[in-house]
Design a protein around this ligand. Structure first.
Ligand SMILES: [Zn+2]
Length: 83
C-alpha cells in the first residue's frame, strides 16, 4: 500500500475541529520502516490531530488523482450500462 499510488487522509472527528490532512506515506515509511503495518487499525493509535491534538482520528484511503479519474469514469460507465 505504501508503495502504491494511494493517498492516506486523516480526519479529526472532533466536531469543533474537523481538521483533515493528507499523510505523507513516505514519512511514515521512513519513521516506522518499510514493513510497518499501514492498515488504519494499526496507524490510528499512533495518530493524533495536528490542530487540536485529539485522538479521535479516522483514516481514509484515496487513490492518487489519476486513479480517481479512472475510477469515476468506470463507475459512470457501469451506471449507464446498468440501466
Ligand atoms: Zn482536531
Amino acid at each position: 500500500m505504501i508503495d502504491g499510488k494511494m493517498r492516506l487522509v486523516a480526519f479529526c472527528h472532533n466536531p469543533k475541529c474537523h481538521h483533515n490532512q493528507a499523510l505523507d506515506l513516505e514519512a511514515i515509511k521512513a519513521k516506522l520502516g518499510p514493513d510497518a503495518p499501514a492498515m488504519s487499525d494499526d496507524l490510528i493509535p499512533k495518530l493524533k490531530c495536528a490542530r487540536c491534538a485529539g485522538k479521535q482520528v479516522g483514516l481514509t484511503y484515496t487513490p492518487a488523482y489519476d486513479e480517481i479519474k479512472r475510477v469515476d469514469v468506470n463507475a459512470y460507465r457501469k451506471a449507464r450500462e446498468g440501466r
